[in-house]
Ligand binder design. Structure first.
Ligand code: NAP
Length: 315
């Protein structure tokens, strides 16, 4: 495949492309006018490929290839990675995107099996894919691993303990791995989107319905209900399109020396988060916690904990 810069296109493997950020990123990279990318867009259930095929129809078979990959299955990941390596000889960029999000619940109502299911996708799925691509990247002394975390990967949020902790784990994994991989000329990047308009919230709500919140104590149920009602307008007012996230991912891939972390929502970047936490969010969390005074101390603590800026810079 030729591109206008006469350089070989970057081979990009993306997980979770049936919808949302994964789908948008796959299409956005595949339609690059200079053909700088060849995208292997994967999804666990190929019956859901219709939307990607429709949005990417001009690029199918050229800069956009669709493949099955379930990040929770060793066999499926090994097969998909092998097929790309057999065809292309390399994977230049891995975008770990697949995830379960938006899971608001009362913690003690979470059956352990569902907690494990969430971590199986958000954390162990990421780990599995990194393990699968690393030998090739290390051998070639080249590669870029981009992990889709969240602003909730650096700021804990009430009633979202499972999702937040899965993304905190992803952050720890990436930050720990990055210095070693620099010795192999492999870059690691974590993106931390704010709210993005995808089916993720709906899918998370469907997942959360598996929990039986009615067995929680009355007070926790009320707090959750109040919290959900109050956080929704904040999410809606700061929401980005998945294509905005895709554009940032493209720029990160093209960046010669990318940072370790990128906050990618102007309304939710670190300064804004700090400001929001101390003003807007704090106001509603504090107002809310005053109303439910027994939780005030805990919520205040959560409210004023600001995210750290990039702790490790790869430049
Ligand atoms: N939306 C937001 O506000 C937001 C903010 C920050 C970060 N994020 C992160 O962005 C990523 C994408 O989420 P989204 O918002 O685009 O939601 P989405 O539209 O629900 O996309 C999630 C994708 O992950 C896939 N997936 C789930 N389990 C999988 C598995 N075992 N193997 C392979 N794929 C699997 C889903 O496939 P199925 O269709 O088969 O379920 C879907 O393609 C997630 O990691 C999420 O945490 C989202």
């Amino acid at each position: 495949m030729q591109n206008s810069t006469n350089m070989a296109p970057k081979i990009v493997l993306i997980s979770g492309c049936s919808s949302g950020i994964g789908l948008a990123t796959a299409v956005f990279l595949a339609k690059d006018a200079e053909k700088r990318f060849k995208v292997y867009a994967t999804m666990r259930n190929l019956a859901k490929k219709g939307q990607l095929e429709e949005e990417g129809k001009e690029y199918l078979g050229d800069t956009l290839i669709i493949k099955q990959m379930d990040v929770c299955s060793d066999e499926s990941v090994e097969k998909a990675v092998k097929e790309v390596l057999d065809t292309e000889g390399r994977i230049d960029v891995l975008f770990n995107n697949a995830g379960i999000g938006g899971v608001f619940t009362v913690l003690e109502c979470t059956p352990m099996a569902l907690a494990k299911e969430l971590f199986a996708v958000n954390y162990f799925g990421t780990l599995r894919l990194i393990q699968a691509v690393l030998p090739g990247m290390k051998a070639r002394r080249s590669g870029h691993i981009i992990n889709n975390s969240s602003h909730l990967g650096i700021v804990g949020t009430p009633f979202n303990e499972l999702y937040c902790s899965s993304k905190f784990a992803m952050e720890g994994l990436t930050e720990s791995l990055a210095p070693t991989l620099l010795h192999f000329n492999i870059r690691c990047t974590i993106i931390e989107p704010g709210p993005v308009a995808t089916a993720g919230f709906e899918n998370g709500a469907i997942f959360a319905k598996k929990f039986n919140i009615s067995v929680a104590d009355q007070k926790s149920q009320e707090l959750l209900e109040t919290f959900a009602a109050r956080i929704q307008p904040l999410f809606v007012s700061t929401m980005q399109s998945p294509y905005e996230v895709a554009e940032v991912v493209k720029n990160i891939i093209l960046c010669e020396k990318p940072h370790l972390r990128y906050q990618i929502n102007d309304k939710y970047n670190p300064e804004e988060v700090k400001q929001n936490l101390l003003t807007q969010q704090a106001t509603f969390w504090l107002k809310w916690s005053r109303k439910h005074s027994s939780m005030q101390n805990n919520l205040t603590k959560i409210t004023i904990s600001s995210p750290e800026p990039a702790r490790f810079d790869q430049r």
